[in-house]
Structure formats: C-alpha cells, structure tokens
Design a protein around this ligand. Structure first.
Ligand code: NI
Length: 191
C-alpha cells in the first residue's frame, strides 16, 4: 500500500470527467487500497480518483461511524430529496471551507469490489460525502455549490495547536453553525 500524491486546485484533472470502469482488475483493487490509505492519512471522510491523479470512476468514503470504507465504482446519484446548507471542505482545496447547498437525502448506486451493484440510502454526513465524491468524478467541486459568493472562508491555523479560525468573518455569531464537514477529521481539523 502507498500514500498517493494529492492533486490540488487548480490542477486540471479536478475538472475532468472520470471514465466508467469496465471491470474490477487487480490494478483497480490496488488503486482502491491506496486511496483508502491516502484518505486515512489525510483524515478525510472521502476521496475520489481524480484527487490522486486517476480518471477511473472510483471513490472511497468512510465517515467516523463507519467501520469499513465504502468503495464506490461507477457511482451515480439516483434520487435526491430536500435541501440544506452545510459547511464543507475538500482535500484538493486546502485552507478553505465553504457553506454549500446539499440534499437532505440521497439514493445512490455503485459497484463494489466484488463486481456487484449495490444501492445506498443516506442522509447527514454520508449523503453529503456521496454528493461531494460523485461530483468529483464529474469534474465538479464543492466551491461550485457555494450558497453565495461570500460563503467561502479562509482557514488559518494557530501556531501551537490544531485549532483553526475562520478569517474574514466579522462577527463570531455570523459564522456558519453547521459542524458537518466533508473530507475533514471528526476532531474538526482541516483536511
Ligand atoms: Ni473533495
């Protein structure tokens, strides 16, 4: 297993459409293993192939309450329900978070490493991660879903701890309250 090199905005691969995987090969399994290791190393909740330089349509997700990573080959959102605003970050957009519009519930379909198609109904963080990672495979980033042009926040780190502060928010009470952040660690650190 290996930790893969992260692609960072404005790397053009982040804006490319990933290609459908025809079948599960040993090479694909290896890519998935390395993506899982890289996601854990970066304290991310999810990772899409574009982010590590591959245009195969594959993503991995592991929220803090999941024991095993979810492997999504050729994933698609089948149905969306409701709207909500959530705070979000991305390993490929370091140093920022944004307030975005996401669905309340999603139904997705994907193939697993066993080659079988499965469906997942999700809400909360898993729904957000599914939308975020499937977007990546279609060349879309969370910054495309910002609530408005002011809802992208720069993050600055305090020198001696991992706590972060949001820059450019004049009044603390105006900071977004939603603690749910995709691709970040449960401890609230930046991805
Ligand atoms: Ni991302």
């Amino acid at each position: 297993m290996a930790i893969l090199n992260m692609r960072i905005l404005p790397d053009p691969i982040l804006r490319k459409q990933a290609k459908k995987v025809a079948k599960v090969t040993p090479q694909l399994k290896k890519l998935v293993e390395n993506m899982v290791e890289t996601m854990h190393d970066q304290n991310g909740v999810g990772l899409a192939a574009n982010q590590v330089g591959s245009l195969q349509k594959v993503a991995v997700i592991q929220t803090p309450d999941m024991e095993e990573p979810m492997v999504l080959i050729n994933p698609e959102i089948m149905k969306k329900e409701g709207e909500r605003q959530v705070e979000e970050g991305c390993l490929s957009v370091p140093g920022y978070r944004g307030l975005v519009t996401r669905s309340e519930k999603v139904r997705a379909k994907a193939m697993g490493l066993d080659g079988k198609i499965y469906r997942v109904n999700a809400d909360e963080l898993l729904a957000q991660a599914l939308e975020h990672e499937i977007d990546h495979l279609n060349g879309i980033l969370y910054i495309d879903h910002l609530v408005d042009h002011e809802s992208l926040y720069k993050i600055t780190y305090a020198p001696d701890d991992e706590e972060f502060e949001e820059d450019g928010v004049e009044d603390e009470s105006e900071a977004p309250a939603a603690p749910v952040v995709a691709e970040t660690s449960a401890s609230g650190g930046e991805d």
